[in-house]
Design a protein around this ligand. Structure first.
Ligand code: AMP
Length: 190
């Protein structure tokens, strides 16, 4: 199994690239943000809980997110591998993901980070907000809070995967196609 963590701040292009990469390598794409949004749309208890945090640009609590992620992985273990988009976002999520992989006789092959300048992130998210209908994309204060959360709680995961020699950073700026090519070069080298 090839299991890839696609990493980067909000607006780095993880969702866009994950959709391309999943088709090229026949991987199962898990976006925790998409799963939460699906639950919000369907008014489930998970959605109602997650919405309180997402609308403010804060992370949903670990226990809730981890349990949800575990279920999606366990239901799709027959796939060629996973592409994780938006998970893990905290050290405790990363530790639990390792445990989940080990208990299923596999591991995380790589964390690949899309490196993008903050000023580009904000303008990309504001632009996306004009069409995405996402409440958390439509307000600059919420966008800034999401980027803040990333630097406070998530950015540290670079070191977590570097220590395991599993971290790869690529330039996430430029045309979508050229960024995909950079990603594929890393994946092919694994
Ligand atoms: P995203 O679609 O990845 O930009 O995520 C949108 C929002 O969903 C985030 O701002 C968080 O509120 C929530 N979320 C998504 N993934 C996670 C995660 N792994 N841990 C906690 N909250 C998450």
């Amino acid at each position: 199994m090839k299991n890839i963590v696609l990493f980067g701040p909000p607006g780095a292009g993880k969702g866009t690239q994950a959709e391309i990469i999943k088709d090229s390598y026949n991987l199962f794409h898990i976006s925790t943000g998409d799963v939460f949004r699906y639950n919000i749309k369907n008014n489930t208890s998970l959605g109602i809980l997650a919405k309180q945090y997402m609308d403010k640009g804060e992370l949903v609590p670990d226990e809730v997110t981890i349990e949800m992620l575990n279920k999606v992985v366990i239901n799709n273990l027959d796939s060629n591998g996973f592409i994780f988009d938006g998970f893990p976002r905290t050290t405790s999520q990363a530790i639990s993901l390792d445990k989940l992989m080990t208990s299923n006789n596999t591991n995380i092959s790589a964390m690949i980070a899309l490196e993008v300048d903050d000023s580009i992130l904000i303008s990309r998210l504001i632009k996306r907000g004009q069409t995405s209908g996402r409440a958390d994309d439509s307000n600059e204060a919420i966008i800034k809070n999401r980027i803040n959360e990333y630097y406070k709680k998530t950015a540290i995961l670079k070191e977590y995967y570097q220590e395991k020699d599993r971290y790869f950073g690529i330039n996430g700026e430029g045309q979508i196609e050229e960024i995909s090519l950079r990603l594929k070069q890393v994946i092919d080298s694994l």
